[in-house]
Design a binder for this molecule. Structure first.
Ligand code: NAI
Length: 356
């Protein structure tokens, strides 16, 4: 569909221009069935306004699904600022952006994304309270990689149960791409549980640190060079670096039974999801697996409790299990099953709203 059709699928699209500070931004509110729209604010030197619009519409729509999958009381939204994050930023620009967010009167909550930092949002915070994911020093819930890791581990448990008949993580082999904030914690946990972990990272220090950590655990650790991670023979591939990693080049190389990881947009396209299925590789949809961070920021609305957040991330186990069983039952891909589950949740809530 063209960009106007996709705009009409949104509840509200706001163009924000503030010549005094050079701010040019677009806020897209896709769907507020579940609650106010929530989505990060990306800053990027888009070549055209249309390219920025395309991006914000695609991302805000994705947020509606992500929120439904995580079962939080938010809808889908997103913002983009057109400009170069290296040279076009100023505190005044983010204050101006904050005023536009404030003008939406609680219909839109935002936070950092590619190209924006908490330092930027400390200025926006002076104009609006609708900012989430702020560091603990600013009264927020802090590092989201902890609940994100919990969600990945719960997804791995659900996948292991369906493939091997046990939720245990130990005694299996994993190929982890990226030992950063999420991948590092996931790998450490797997090693603690006595798993065999193969890992690749661009950073030698990260690999070195994990190798040392492994010495004190019942697990075993193996370093892998770069993209060789995709050819490792293992039970599960765990992508925790960048997106687009399940593509024409990597899928034929895979020697795993499943793919379960935190990275966003792992599939190069939806067709790659079908291809994985044809190869007998179980793919756990990334936006369900990595919903822990979203669960945490959404919880800020209720004051933010680490305990409650970790409890909610346990529900990711059930969502992944449901997606797997639906995909088997109806002979559809896990991606299709996940989309359908989200759509059903939205419809149920929409009916619920009408009832009251
Ligand atoms: P991070 O930046 O802390 O870690 C990424 C790690 O991947 C780094 O150690 C980096 O050296 C490594 N890396 C990058 N390219 C690589 C490559 N080609 N091969 C091997 N290693 C490579 O990021 P974080 O927070 O751990 O996030 C990981 C992924 O999960 C990202 O895709 C992120 O968008 C996604 N995600 C993270 C959430 C969070 O709460 N931190 C929430 C939802 C998704």
């Amino acid at each position: 569909p063209d960009v106007f059709t996709r705009m009409e699928e949104h509840e509200q699209v706001v163009f924000c221009n503030d010549p005094a500070t050079g701010l040019r931004a677009i806020i897209a509110i896709h769907d507020t069935t579940l609650g106010p729209a929530l989505g990060g604010c990306r800053m990027h030197p888009y070549e055209t306004t249309e390219a920025a619009l395309e991006d914000v519409l695609r991302l805000s729509r994705g947020m509606t699904q992500k929120c439904a999958a995580a079962d939080v009381d938010f809808g889908g939204g997103k913002a983009v600022i057109i400009g170069d994050p290296q040279k076009d930023k100023s505190p005044a620009m983010f204050r101006a952006f904050g005023r536009f967010v404030a003008s939406l009167q609680g219909r839109f909550y935002t936070g950092t994304d590619m190209g924006t930092t908490m330092e930027d949002f400390s200025h926006a915070l002076k104009e609006t309270e609708c900012i989430v994911g702020v560091p603990e020093a600013y009264g927020g819930s802090g590092d989201s990689s902890i609940p994100t890791t919990a969600g990945v581990l719960n997804s791995l448990r659900a996948v292991n149960e369906s493939l091997f008949g046990t939720t245990a993580l130990g005694g299996r082999t994993y190929a982890v791409q990226g030992l950063g904030k999420v991948g590092g914690k996931v790998a450490a946990h797997l090693l603690d549980d006595g798993a065999d972990v193969y890992a690749a990272d661009l950073s030698d220090d990260a690999l070195e640190a994990m190798s040392r950590y492994a010495e004190g655990t019942p697990g075993t650790f193996h370093r892998v060079d770069g993209d060789a991670i995709f050819a490792v023979e293992a039970d599960v591939l765990v992508p925790c670096a960048m997106g687009g990693v399940l593509n024409d080049t990597t899928i034929p190389q895979l020697k795993v039974r499943a793919v379960v990881g935190a990275a966003n947009n792992q599939l190069a396209s939806r067709e790659h999801g079908s291809w994985l299925q044809e190869r007998g590789i179980l793919y756990a949809p990334d936006y369900i697996v990595n919903g822990g961070g979203l669960i945490q920021v959404a919880d800020e609305l209720y004051g933010g409790s680490r305990e409650r957040v970790l409890k909610k991330t346990n529900a990711i186990f059930t969502s992944i299990a449901e997606v797997i069983s639906q995909s088997r039952l109806d002979q559809i891909t896990t991606v299709e099953a996940a989309d359908r589950m989200c759509e059903q949740r939205l419809q149920e809530r929409a009916r619920g709203n009408n009832f009251f």
